[in-house]
Design a protein around this ligand. Structure first.
Ligand code: AMP
Length: 430
């Protein structure tokens, strides 16, 4: 018989210091996961379950350095009914690689939680109270928090003994001053409905701004960085001495830059106009601005590779979409330079930022007066490493810094759990 321990059913084997973290990113119909070994921060496995609840569900599991590493991805297709089934399927795949979630080596499960409101400015061990607060925030994050909650509940059911840690997308932005965080609307109404600018992609902005300081050979406290997280969702942030002082997303991820399918900034009166004049419902406007706008609304494509290909072929609609995207980006770079006063680096990250040399070139072009320039040769280099792409003479460094939200979540979750261990938190003392 096995003996239950705080970390699962352990046999009589010598005690193992828990050192693995499972990172879960639960969307409404998908779950992404990664298992990391925090001794060397290596990745043991990663996977994605998509189209949960549909007949065409798919799980792709990739063993990495540990377990069955090197064997290549494995795929399962066919209906995966819900998040519970998705996580169980992922656990089976991990177990097949000798990385079962019942292992005493698992120290914590780190959850990406999109909205933490004002309450959560740091990673937090999930208790019933914490879960209630995440639930209370559903009205301001109706698309994201319910899926995150489902993921947490499912993981709790799987390993009720294990610390589950929430790492909030909004946390890094809670240092924004009120002048940046408040909208200029009636204060009572704003406060009654918790309307303010929260910002998102915080885990990425935190990681990239720190990595950029490292790339410059400086401490985060000593540098001011503009981070441009350009993925399908896109946001900018101004980070002064390691603290976020401004970011482009607001109450929801709709505000700010032009994105793959989101409009970013628009005059809010467009909404009244669409309702009054075009007869659209609130939900229709919501879908228009979140799903049918941005690059896809402007030219029919949201993949920057496809847009560049069309531009090469002389497609004017794609060229205009690109120009609008770049124009907005430049406006934010200029605005954030003004907010920061002194800029040491501009860092590009995420799918577009890491991979699209034309976007980086165009965004920085003409900003020489701000001390910014891009070296064409360096910009053309493809690499998964953080790197500088500005010429020697440039006053402000321009960098490409691949983001790693999973590693950041694992780091934060593990650090928290480790810090609690000596105090002997019920579920973590060993
Ligand atoms: P993310 O949300 O960070 O995964 O970024 C996804 C987006 O990155 C895609 O929609 C593409 O527009 C963009 N992307 C990915 N790979 C490339 C590439 N090689 N060149 C240009 N854009 C890319």
């Amino acid at each position: 018989m096995t003996t239950p321990t705080p970390y699962g059913n352990e046999s009589t084997a010598a005690p193992v210091e828990p050192h693995r973290v499972l990172v879960l990113n639960s969307g409404s119909s998908s779950v992404k996961y990664q298992l990391l070994d925090m001794r060397d921060r290596s990745r043991l496995a990663s996977g994605l379950v998509e189209r949960i609840g549909e007949e065409t569900s798919r799980l792709v599991h990739t063993p990495l350095t540990g377990g069955g590493g090197g064997a290549g991805p494995r795929e399962r297709t066919g209906r995966i009914a819900d998040h519970d089934a998705a996580l169980k399927a992922a656990a089976e795949e991990l177990a097949a690689d000798g990385l079962g979630l019942d292992s005493p080596e698992l120290a914590a499960i780190g959850h990406r939680v999109v909205h933490g409101g004002l309450k959560f400015s740091a990673p937090t061990v999930i208790t019933d109270e914490v879960l209630k607060e995440i639930e209370r925030l559903v009205p301001v994050a109706p698309l994201h928090n319910p899926a995150n909650i489902t993921g947490i509940r499912t993981a709790q059911a799987l390993r009720p003994d294990l610390p589950q840690v929430a790492v909030f997308d909004t946390a890094f932005h809670t240092t924004m001053p009120e002048s940046a965080a408040r909208y200029a609307i009636d204060v009572e109404t704003a406060d009654a409905h918790r309307i303010r600018r929260y910002g998102f992609h915080g885990t990425s902005h935190a990681y990239v701004s720190r990595k950029t300081a490292e790339l410059l050979g400086k401490a985060p406290e000593d540098v001011n960085v503009i981070v441009l997280h350009l993925g399908n969702g896109a946001s900018a942030s101004a980070v002064a001495g390691g603290r976020c002082v401004e970011t482009s997303m607001g109450l929801t991820p709709l505000e700010g830059l032009v994105m793959g399918t989101r409009s970013g900034d628009i005059d809010p009166a467009v909404v009244f106009h669409l309702k009054r004049v075009a007869g659209m419902s609130t939900d229709e406007v919501d879908v228009l601005l979140n799903k049918r706008s941005g690059l896809v609304g402007l030219c029919g494509d949201n993949d920057m590779r496809e847009i560049r290909r069309r531009i090469e072929e002389g497609d004017e609609q794609a060229a205009l979409a690109f120009d609008i995207y770049i124009h907005r980006l430049k406006k934010y770079i200029g605005a954030y330079a003004a907010v920061l006063g002194r800029v040491d680096a501009v860092a590009f990250t995420a799918g577009v930022g890491e991979n699209s040399a034309p976007v980086r070139e165009a965004a920085i072009a003409g900003l020489e007066e701000f001390g910014l320039a891009v070296d064409a040769g360096l910009n053309a280099v493809r690499s998964g490493e953080p790197r500088l792409i500005s010429p020697e003479y440039a006053r402000v460094a321009v960098a490409v810094v691949p983001t790693d939200e999973e590693l950041e979540i694992a780091d934060q979750a593990f650090a928290l759990v480790e810090s609690l261990r000596p105090q002997g938190l019920g579920q973590v003392d060993n």
